[in-house]
Design a protein around this ligand. Structure first.
Ligand code: PGA
Length: 233
């Protein structure tokens, strides 16, 4: 079955690597849905040259056009951006992004027909059965059209660490979340797994039939690893 693969470049790729990366990724043949989320400065280059779908990593949810250094959903839309990451743990950790902001961003993205890729996840010492419904309830409060959201389950302790839950645990947690969202929000969600995915573990993760795809962080700007990963799906 077709999978969704999201690349979160974070702050990586230098300008002199950019067009080599775009060209090499354009030469990869795949039937899966690939969404690249580069740094904002490269969005236009990707939109104009990449064969894959393009998302952004962040935007400003306000519409008053008075926020120095920010970008708006209108600007993204006018460039042809179709997706945005929302709720990534690094933004919660580094910019103290609150559940209210995440909720506002979901509403702003959906209002502009940008598909949100909503990240959520618990830390190592938290009980996922308590923590994940709490997070999702706050993030999804008053959000309409939840069916357009792609969910990305990213346990905090797995992001950028090389330590990830085993596949039984991933299956157990994603099953729990799917059931929770189906029951509470009457939606059949697509849920990705993210956190320390690489070419060595991707097959195991994607063999879990209920996992709809993966979100790849640090390695997603490493062209050799990207080629290995896509060839394994
Ligand atoms: P990682 O990051 O693949 O580097 O662990 C995942 C993410 O940032 O979403």
């Amino acid at each position: 079955m077709k999978k969704i693969v999201v690349f979160n470049h974070k702050m990586s790729l230098l300008y002199d690597e950019l067009y080599n990366y775009i060209e090499r990724t354009n030469n990869i043949d795949t039937d899966n849905d690939i969404i690249i989320c580069p740094s904002n400065i490269y969005l236009e280059a990707f939109i104009n040259n990449s064969q894959w779908s393009i998302g952004c990593q962040n935007f400003n949810q306000n519409t008053d056009f008075k926020h120095t250094g920010e970008i708006s959903t209108d600007q993204l839309k006018s460039l042809g951006i179709e997706y945005s990451l929302i709720g990534h743990y690094e933004r919660i950790r580094d910019f103290k992004e609150s559940a209210i902001t995440i909720n506002d961003k979901l509403i702003a993205a959906l209002d502009s027909n940008i598909f949100p890729i909503l990240c959520f996840g618990e830390d190592i010492d938290e009980n996922y059965r308590e923590e994940l419904p709490k997070q999702l309830d706050k993030y999804l409060k008053d959000v309409q059209n939840i069916e357009f959201i792609i969910f990305a389950y990213e346990p905090i302790y797995a992001i950028g660490t090389g330590t990830l839950p085993n596949k039984e645990k991933i299956k157990e947690i994603i099953t729990f979340i799917k059931e929770y969202l189906e029951e509470k929000f009457k939606t059949k969600p697509r849920i990705l797994y993210g956190g320390s995915v690489d070419s060595g573990n991707i097959e195991d993760i994607l063999n879990i039939d209920i996992v709809d795809g993966i979100l790849l962080g640090d390695l997603s700007s490493n062209i050799k690893e990207v080629e290995r990963i896509i060839n394994k799906i």
